[in-house]
Write a protein of this length. Structure first.
Length: 494
């Protein structure tokens, strides 16, 4: 069928990847409809409002804002008119068990000075390690973030060839922890840099050192805070999509992707059939095969691949303010390796978990009543494999409170005004993420980047995939990148 002005594209899921591909295709001239099972857009990027407190319910760190800005620019609009953000002076504050508190400044020279004063690491050592992170990014970003790894033509360029020739020197054959240990030889700084494996739900003692690309996103390119919170990213893209003519069907559960003679025909909802020339799925690819492609068997690699970690999150309205805390805060466990071993081998929660606290009211006072703070308190947990969460959740809550009470010298229980809880089971039900894993498959082996599901179907013509469960991976920048890759498969109608 020839491309024409009436080509219909159906997008399944209004997560960040689904919003981005809808915008891109609407700009190209396609008629786009997004079908979302929830009553809101954003997928994992959502919010909770309760008793005067507002919480960003999902992703809390914002990097590579240019990928959001780009969507407005493509539409011929000024991003600042619709979406604003500020660069953080301090990307995170780290609390160690021995009482050390390290402020991770965005300015690398300030970070090097702070790290030397708090941990004894030589400034040139740290700066050299961050330069290596930038080198990895510069060497691989074009291949891994901008290209499909499943199309032959992606590999026939000089830029890609250079990326492949550099792979042996980028740490693909050693673990993230080993590379950090060799470069830093400083337990506190090693733990800080090992933490970046959790940005895609992986284990730093197994994941390849090429994941040391991640610190560059935070320290080299910068960490940011959207003026109206993380959920404003989704809302601004929702408004842009509507402005471009994208149709939204909320509370609309897709039952089946209808395929005839190896080609997409449309979508089946409970009481209607939606004819579609193209379908782009933004939900976990596991559920695409499990529920929507009824006549196709599940690819073996999807079943066999290890899932990323999930999260247990407590949203606490706190009745006081804590000057010693910042927007992003990490309270490290004493034994990081044992914590990760517990998550992966025992599929359970360590008795001394690393605790992350995000407090957006530090930057936007309207997110909490006066004199209060909104705490997003998260620990890494294994994906849901039938654990007794009714037992594990209160145990984890007690461990978190014990840790925070000791370090902050407070009885936090007395200050919790209200509480919401998000666990792996709820994450799966709300976001269609298999087993509640946050990033699809884990990156605990050196070829993980090449084993992610492709952005197109090799069985069904005109079926495409974006979002965190497919190439290039999970997290806001990668979900936006996946939409950009899918966009490259479509021709402009203008």
């Amino acid at each position: 069928m020839s491309i024409n002005q009436h080509s219909q594209v159906s997008v399944i899921g209004a997560g960040i990847g689904g919003l981005a591909i809808a915008i891109r295709l609407a700009i190209k001239g396609y008629k786009v409809t997004i079908f979302e099972s929830n009553s809101y857009v954003g997928g994992k990027l959502s919010q909770i409002e309760s008793d005067g407190f507002r919480f960003d319910a999902g992703p809390s760190l914002f990097t590579m804002p240019e990928l959001v800005d780009e969507l407005f620019v493509l539409a011929g609009l000024n991003p600042k008119t619709y979406f604003n953000y500020q660069k953080l002076d301090e990307s995170c504050r780290y609390f160690y068990e021995d009482g050390t508190v390290l402020k991770a400044y965005s300015d690398i020279q300030k970070l090097a000075k702070e790290s030397y004063q708090k941990t004894g690491i030589q400034p040139n050592q740290l700066i050299k390690h961050l330069k290596k992170s930038k080198y990895i990014f510069d060497a691989t970003a074009f291949l891994f973030l901008q290209k499909s790894l499943h199309k032959f033509k992606s590999y026939i360029s000089f830029t890609v060839l250079k990326s492949f020739l550099k792979l042996p020197f980028l740490g693909i054959f050693k673990s993230m922890h080993k590379a950090n240990h060799e470069a830093l030889n400083n337990p506190k700084m090693e733990q800080l840099f090992n933490r970046y494996a959790t940005y895609n739900g992986s284990n730093p003692f197994l994941a390849p050192a090429i994941l040391n690309i991640i610190p560059h996103l935070e320290f080299g390119k910068g960490a940011y805070f959207p003026t109206n919170g993380m959920y404003s990213i989704a809302l601004s893209l929702y408004q842009l999509a509507k402005k471009l003519g994208v149709t939204f069907r909320l509370n609309s559960q897709v039952q089946e992707i209808v395929v005839q003679r190896g080609q997409v025909e449309g979508l089946r909802l409970s009481n209607e059939f939606i004819k579609s020339d193209y379908v782009v799925s933004n939900i976990d690819v596991y559920f695409v095969y499990k529920k929507l492609l009824k006549s196709f068997s599940m690819p073996k690699k999807i079943v066999s691949q290890e899932r990323s970690t999930s999260a247990l999150i407590f949203y606490w309205g706190i009745s006081k303010t804590f000057s010693q805390l910042d927007l992003h805060n990490i309270f490290f466990s004493k034994d990081y390796k044992t914590e990760f071993d517990c998550l992966r081998s025992r599929q359970s929660i360590h008795f001394d978990p690393t605790v992350y606290i995000n407090i957006t009211s530090k930057k936007n006072s309207s997110d909490a009543p006066k004199g209060c703070e909104n705490w997003f308190v998260m620990i890494n947990v294994p994906p849901n494999n039938g654990q007794n969460w009714d037992l594990l959740i209160p145990q984890a809550r007690a461990a978190i409170l014990k840790k925070l009470n000791r370090i902050l010298e407070v009885n936090l229980e007395e200050n919790i005004l209200n509480e919401e809880i998000l666990d792996p089971i709820k994450i799966e039900s709300k976001t269609a993420s298999y087993q509640g894993s946050l990033y699809g498959t884990a990156s605990n082996n050196k070829m993980a980047a090449f084993f992610r599901h492709s952005n197109f179907s090799n069985k069904v013509s005109k079926l495409y995939f974006c979002g965190g469960s497919v190439h290039p991976g999970g997290g806001i920048p990668l979900a936006l990148s996946s939409a950009k890759i899918v966009d490259g498969f479509f021709k402009s109608l203008n």
